[in-house]
Design a protein. Structure first.
Length: 60
């Protein structure tokens, strides 16, 4: 639980910024019909970490 507390307090803002930047970049690439695999991967990873951290802290 200490790990998720650390992530929730210190790394959550960074994860949210990564998520938002990747989402904007992904939408631009979809519009221009470019490759989206890299952005999709990082968007999924950051979203999963955000949700899993929130769930772990809420279950505490």
């Amino acid at each position: 639980m200490l790990t998720y507390s650390f992530i929730g307090i210190y790394l959550m803002p960074v994860l949210c910024i990564v998520f938002c930047l990747n989402l904007v970049s992904l939408l631009k690439k979809i519009r221009d019909e470019k490759e989206t695999e890299k952005n999709t991967f990082w968007l999924t990873v950051s979203f999963s970490l955000i949700i899993y951290t929130i769930m772990s802290l809420a279950a505490r």
